[in-house]
Ligand binder design. Structure first.
Ligand code: SAH
Ligand code: SF4
Length: 427
């Protein structure tokens, strides 16, 4: 989401006549687009700002701005303790950037706007995208779910959806610009609701935009994944056979405390249903360990779901208390060492599942969209399968943005290796 928001900000700045530079020390204006999701993300911003402060000492006319989620929660700290920060803008205030920059150049006063909007979806702004194969298209902003661990509803405000026509127009423009893949983005993509049009209908509209070769979306909430959505995914060839399905925890007691609104049993059934509708679909997840009150037995439920579902991959996190969220008030916080042990177990287990899942691909012929040159070997491409697995293979005269049939010959670590399949090429 931050990459996508940064592309919007770039559009606004370009319109005002600004140009992008390569390194921070060449810049007259530096923006840090921030994330508050975990402490670690905030720590990174603090250290980056420290470095930018040093640059500003050498170049005192440099303007430093903080954008995005941290702007909301840290505006006082930023203004009181970081006087070198000139501009603080929350995620719904980017449109004001040109005006604020102009004013700042005239009066040099710092500017803060962290108001959240019920309506802002930047529907008419086309992001300034980087080269590559994937175009992020934001379809909704904000979140009304209020999971008790999560800061997003506070930093990004209420849920609101963008018009279907705005989204399809943007997808079409991305196709014209040469992007092969569209990823629909939102804090909760399947809460999408524009004048009664829900996510499955939107997805089907995007799938019918001429020239869209691949569609992905992230993140859906398990509560709102329904058969209608799976039907649409099954119907359109260009919708990837992949779902990111965030579990968070396996214990019903913890899920309830997290306000996740589904049970362990529902989640497992849903994963089975996905595999039923979409054979071979890749399923990834998010897992939090060490949520307040998580006992050893509760944690074993998370392990149990992992063993039953066999995710293709998982993003795993230690619970990080976020000020202002309900879960920070619970008085049974978990010790760091316990969190760390649980995290290690989850990581190890996931590794073994990923390996097993990947090994099952050996011998398959997969359609791979070429994304970039392999870091290790200049004569190889890397790209992803429909089900979201990375594959490395010989270039064989193909180019970025081509979709090619690759025979998977080996599974190494989390990556598959293969070679262009002559068989399908001939067919
Ligand atoms: N809307 C998505 C998740 C968005 S946040 C959903 O509901 O699934 C991305 C991930 O960050 C979450 O899935 C969660 O696993 C993790 N996360 C969010 N808040 C966290 C916190 N306080 N501590 C640790 N992980 C957190
Ligand atoms: Fe955060 Fe996702 Fe829950 Fe919304 S649904 S509160 S973004 S974890």
């Amino acid at each position: 989401m931050n990459v996508s928001d940064t592309e919007l900000v770039e559009t606004l700045l370009k319109k005002q006549g600004h140009q992008k530079v390569i390194t921070p020390d060449e810049a007259d204006i530096l923006f840090v687009n921030t994330c508050s999701i975990r402490e670690h993300a905030e720590d990174k911003v603090h250290s980056l700002l420290g470095r930018y402060n040093l640059l500003k000492r050498k170049n005192p006319s440099m303007i430093i701005g903080v954008l995005g989620c941290m702007a909301q929660s840290l505006k006082h700290d930023i203004l009181e303790n970081k006087s070198y920060v000139d501009i603080v803008l929350g995620p719904d205030s980017y449109r004001r950037l040109p005006e604020i920059l102009e004013r700042h150049q005239a009066d040099e006063k710092s500017a803060v706007d962290t108001k959240l909007s019920k309506y802002e979806v930047y529907d008419d702004l086309f992001p300034n995208r980087k080269d590559g194969v994937n175009a992020w298209v934001t379809i909704m902003r904000g979140c009304d779910k209020f999971c008790t661990f999560c800061i997003v509803p506070f930093t990004r405000g209420r849920e609101r959806s963008r018009s279907v026509s705005g989204i399809t127009k943007e997808a079409s423009k991305a196709v014209d610009q040469g992007f092969s893949e569209i990823t629909l983005l939102g804090q909760n993509v399947n809460s999408y609701d524009f004048e009664g049009i829900k996510f499955p209908e939107l997805l089907s509209a995007v799938a019918q935009v001429p020239g869209v070769r691949r569609i992905r979306y992230t993140s859906p909430h398990p509560q709102d994944v329904n058969e209608e959505l799976l039907e649409v995914m099954r119907k359109y060839e260009n919708i990837c056979n992949y779902i990111h399905l965030p579990l968070q925890a396996g214990s019903n007691r913890i899920l309830k405390r997290m306000n996740r609104t589904y049970t362990k049993e529902h989640f497992i059934q849903l994963a089975l249903k996905i595999r039923d509708y979409l054979p071979g679909a890749g399923i990834s997840t998010d897992i939090i360990v060490g949520f307040p009150g998580e006992s050893d037995d509760d944690f074993e439920d998370t392990i149990d779901v992992m063993n039953q579902v066999n995710f293709d991959s998982a993003y795993t996190f230690k619970y990080s208390p976020r000020k202002g969220t309900k879960a920070t008030e619970y008085d049974d916080q978990i010790e760091e060492s316990v969190k760390q042990n649980r995290l290690s177990r989850v990581i190890d287990l996931q590794k073994s599942h990923t390996l097993l899942k990947n090994e099952a691909y050996v011998g398959n012929i997969e359609k791979v969209l070429i994304e970039k040159q392999s870091k290790r070997n200049k004569s190889n491409w890397t790209g992803r399968t429909d089900s979201n697995k990375w594959v490395v293979f010989d270039k064989s005269g193909y180019d970025i943005n081509d979709i090619v049939p690759v025979l998977i010959t080996e599974s190494r670590g989390i990556t598959l290796h293969g070679k262009i399949s002559k068989k399908i090429r001939a067919a």
